[in-house]
Design a protein around this ligand. Structure first.
Ligand code: PNW
Length: 492
């Protein structure tokens, strides 16, 4: 275990941001309250597990803040629901004051003096100020996949770069105007690659994505990001003094053996899943493997757009879960569709041994050394040369079969505790020994919540939520462990 006399006490940056993360659609519920209109997931998941109630954080947000305090967090990463604050979504559509207020505050709340007791409608202390009053820094995701359905119906959503970019930037501008005096940490977009896959698998095509679709989404996403970054830098940062960046998903991959095929497959997956969105932002180009693969579909940018893209992040937001080994075999189908993650065949044993505890299929195995290798890879390729820090914006684990567990079993979450012990030890050592500049770490997730297409069966929370009993919250044992680990790393 970390802790004790391991030489890791106090190795973290003095202003290290330790917190928990959530996303609006996955926790808020209240899907049609206070003027909110349907987002793409409300429509798509209508008849299955969905976010209509979720963890009811729209009403229970004060309890969420109490949990963050209990867990020793100094940061809360959450997202704003576009379909709440601007229900129709478009640049000429009205804002919704009732919902803007939900994320906002009362002017009479001063740091240290906030009362978290509700004082009646229209008078409630709101989330951002309540966080600040609790000494918790809001880290706000502008877009965590839940755009208004009306944008799909009007013009095909992210299929239509010209339209979505203008609407996205206008939405972001409204958030900077409204909250930027108090929110100093902004994320434009969460996980471009997974958003593309999940959207296509989910509300759009209901099948694996064609390269053409990846290319169209990439163009929209990258331009939404770069234009929003540029707007913030020019119009808001000079007076608001906040920071802004993008969040990537990336798990570690390497060949199961030392074969050239395994190496090539791994680099392909890293280029496809991460490089496709990180190289434009860090290096002003696409990876060669990606342009070669996309051929005629490869997104085209003007010189002015490339200039906007290059250097358009102030931190490397990184969601990391697990590690997979690749056999070197490609699973691409003949009609140009990718099966998943770049269609490389995945294996999870080496020398006859499973590589770690098995978790949820998408980010499968608990492999601390994979995290360590990827910290190095990202630093060497992207953040080191750019001189910018890494922010771990999500990291978590859920055992494969947790859905069948009783509440007691969910709380005694030994596999999640093993996971965080192993990953945080690697992270602390990487900071101390490998010169890795990590400034933040956010547990995914504060709460057991709606895992998109997988419903409520996959539970990433350090807090169990009893959906059958008013969404009552129960801290899992891992929450105390993570708190202790960060107290140690931060020298307390
Ligand atoms: C991330 N995969 O999504 C998201 O940012 C969260 O909203 C989500 O709940 C969390 O990870 C846990 O899954 C991903 O299949 C969803 O590889 C699926 C995958 C990766 C990321």
């Amino acid at each position: 275990a970390v802790l004790s006399d391991d030489g890791l006490k106090g190795v973290l940056h003095p202003e290290f941001m330790y917190g928990c993360a959530t996303a609006a659609y996955q926790v808020e519920g209240a899907w049609d309250e206070d003027g909110k209109l349907p987002n793409v997931w409300d429509v798509h998941l209508k008849d299955t597990d969905n976010g209509e109630v979720a963890c009811d954080s729209y009403h229970l947000w004060k309890e969420d803040i109490e949990l963050l305090k209990k867990y020793g967090c100094n940061t809360y990463r959450f997202s704003i629901a576009w379909s709440r604050v601007r229900p129709l979504g478009g640049r000429n559509d009205p804002w919704n004051e009732a919902s803007l207020k939900y994320y906002d505050d009362l002017p009479d709340i001063q740091p240290g003096t906030a009362s978290l007791v509700p004082r009646g409608l229209g008078q409630r202390p709101r989330r951002i100020n309540a966080l600040l009053a609790a000494g918790i820094t809001p880290f706000v995701t502008i877009f965590h996949w839940d755009h208004p359905q009306s944008l799909e119906e009007r013009y095909g959503g992210f299929y239509n770069a010209e339209e979505i970019v203008e609407d996205f930037v206008s939405y972001a501008e409204g958030l900077f105007e409204r909250y930027g005096d108090r929110v100093k940490h902004w994320i434009t977009i969460n996980e471009p690659h997974i958003f593309t896959m999940m959207s296509s698998m989910g509300y759009k095509l209901k099948e694996w994505v064609h390269k053409r679709d990846h290319a169209r989404f990439a163009k929209s996403i990258l331009l939404c990001h770069a234009r929003t970054f540029d707007l913030y830098k020019k119009k808001f940062q000079p007076s608001q003094h906040g920071t802004i960046g993008i969040v990537y998903n990336c798990d570690w991959v390497e060949g199961v053996d030392s074969s050239a095929e395994g190496k090539e497959a791994s680099q392909w997956v890293l280029d496809w899943v991460l490089g496709f969105y990180a190289e434009p932002v860090f290096l002003g180009r696409f990876p060669d493997r990606v342009t070669a693969y996309l051929g005629e579909h490869a997104p085209q940018f003007t010189d002015a757009e490339w200039a906007l893209l290059k250097g358009s992040t102030e931190f490397f937001g990184w969601n990391h879960y697990g590690t997979q080994l690749l056999s070197g075999k490609r699973l691409e189908t003949d009609n140009g569709r990718l099966v998943s993650f770049g269609s490389a065949e995945r294996v999870f044993e080496r020398d006859g041994k499973q590589i770690g505890n098995k978790g949820h299929g998408g980010h499968p195995y608990d492999v601390p050394w994979g995290f360590r290798k990827l910290m190095k890879y990202i630093t060497e390729r992207f953040t080191g040369p750019a001189g910018i820090p890494i922010m771990i914006t999500e990291c978590g684990f859920t055992p494969e079969n947790e859905a069948e567990w009783s509440l007691e079993e969910r709380i005694d979450d030994t596999q999640r505790q093993d996971y965080y012990s192993g990953y945080l030890k690697e992270m602390f050592e990487a900071v101390r020994d490998d010169g890795i500049d990590i400034r933040g770490f956010m547990v995914w997730s504060l709460l057991d919540n709606l895992e998109w297409l997988q419903g409520y069966a996959k539970r990433f929370g350090v807090t169990a939520v009893d959906q059958d009993n008013g969404c009552k919250r129960y801290p899992k044992d891992s929450s105390a462990l993570v708190k202790a680990l960060f107290a140690h790393g931060m020298g307390k």
